[in-house]
Write a protein that binds this ligand. Sequence first.
Ligand code: AMP
Ligand code: GLY
Length: 433
Amino acid sequence: MEKKIAVVGSGAREHALAAALLRSKEKSRILLFPGNDGMEGVVRGEPLPGDPRLAARILESSGANLVVVGPEKPLMDGLVDALLERGIPVVGPTAGAARIEGSKTFAKGLMERSGIATASWQKVSTREEAEQALKRWGLPLVFKADGLAQGKGVSVVTTEGEWEEALRRYLDRKEIPGGEIVLLERGLSGPEVSFIVATDGKRFVPFPTARDFKRIGEGDKGPNTGGMGALTPVPGWTERDQSRAREIVERCLWGLAREGTPFSGFLYAGLMMTEDGPSVLEFNARMGDPEAQVLFETLGESALPLMEEIAAKDLKDHWTIEATPRVGVVLASAGYPEKPVTGDPVEGLPSPETPIPDGALYFAGVEKKNGALCSSGGRVLTAVGRGATLASAREAAYRIVKGVRLKGGQVRSDIALKESESLPGLSDSRKED
Ligand code: AMP
Ligand code: GLY
C-alpha cells in the first residue's frame, strides 16, 4: 500500500522537505497541512487548529503513516505528544524537549548543567540589574526575550544609544514578543554556523554545515528577518570544528535525556566560532528556515528512510550526509520585514513540466488568485542553486531568482558572496588550541 506522509507547515522549509520526500525511491503520497499554493505534486490538507489534540485527530484521520512537524509553534504546543498518544509515528520533539528552543532560560540552564560553551548571561527585570550587567561586562551586550519571538527577540547592543533604546523597549515598555522574561548576555564575535542534526534521541547524523543570512540588508545591515538566504557547506570548517560541534550536540541530547525529556527530530545548534572555539548562541528544536531549502537537497533520495528511522527511534549506523554545494536566495515582498506588501503577481516562473536543471524554487508566502500565483506574505520563495562549488551554486541561484518578477521584490545580492570567494582550508585563521 502506498505510504502517506504528512508534513505540518506552510513555508519553503516544508516545500523543500516535501520535494525531498518525493525524490525517494519508494513512492509515497505527501500531504501538506496546509502547505501553500506554490507546491505541486502534493495533496493539501486544511490548516490545523492550535489545539494539539484536535490537530492530532485530523492528522490521524488523514491516514498518514508518518508525520513530520516543521515549525516551532506546534512543537511547543505539544503536537508531537498528542500524536504519540495516538500511536502515530512522528518526527519532532515533545513539548518538554522543545523547551530547548521555547525558553532561553531553560536552554541556558541546560547548557550550564551539561558543560556546553555559551555566553555568560543573567536574567534582568529592572534597569538597575541591567546597569550592573553593563558594569560587569561592558558592551557589546545582547538582549534576548525568553520565549518564542519569531526572530524578533534578540537585540545586539554596541552603542550607548542602542543601550538606552533597548532598556526602553525590553524593560520599560515590555514591547518585545516572548519578552515577559528578559535575558542579558555578553556579546561574542566570530563567524556563525548552523550545525543541524537528525536524531532519534540516542544516535544522530549531522547535516553538512550551513549558514543563514538573517538581516534584510546587504553586508548584514538592517533589521533581522526570517532569513534572506543560506548556503551549505561552510568553507573553512575543520575536522576539529566538526568534533567540537558533535560534542555540543551529544552533551545537549544527553542532558535532555537525563532530565527526562529525550529529544528526537531535528536539533539545530546556532554556533558562533569564537577565538576560544564554538559557543552556542541558541538551540532550535527543528530544522532551520532557510537552511532547510539547501540542506534537504543534500539528502538525495534518502529523505524518506531517514525520517522513518527517526520516527521509529531506530536510527541506523549507516548514515553519512555528504556535503553538496547549494545556495539559497530568498525573494521577499516590498516592505518586508516591517510591513510586507502582498497581493502582487509572481511572474516569470518556469512551468512545472520543465524542471529547472540546476536548481529549484521553494515557495512560502504565495496564493493563487484567479489562477495566477500572487504574493501573500513576507518571504515569497527561495531560489536554490546547485553546483560543483559554492560559486557555481551561487551563480545558479541568482540566475533562477532573477527570472522571477515581483513588484518591489527584495533580494539580497551578497548571499554567499564572501564564502564563494574563499578557498577551502585557507579561510580559517582562528586559533586552534
Ligand atoms: P539567536 O536567536 O539567539 O540566535 O540570536 C539571533 C542572532 O543574534 C544570532 O544569529 C547572532 O547574530 C546574534 N547573537 C545572539 N547572541 C549573541 C551573542 N551572545 N553575541 C553576539 N551576537 C549574538
Ligand atoms: N535560520 C534560523 C532559524 O530557522 O531559526
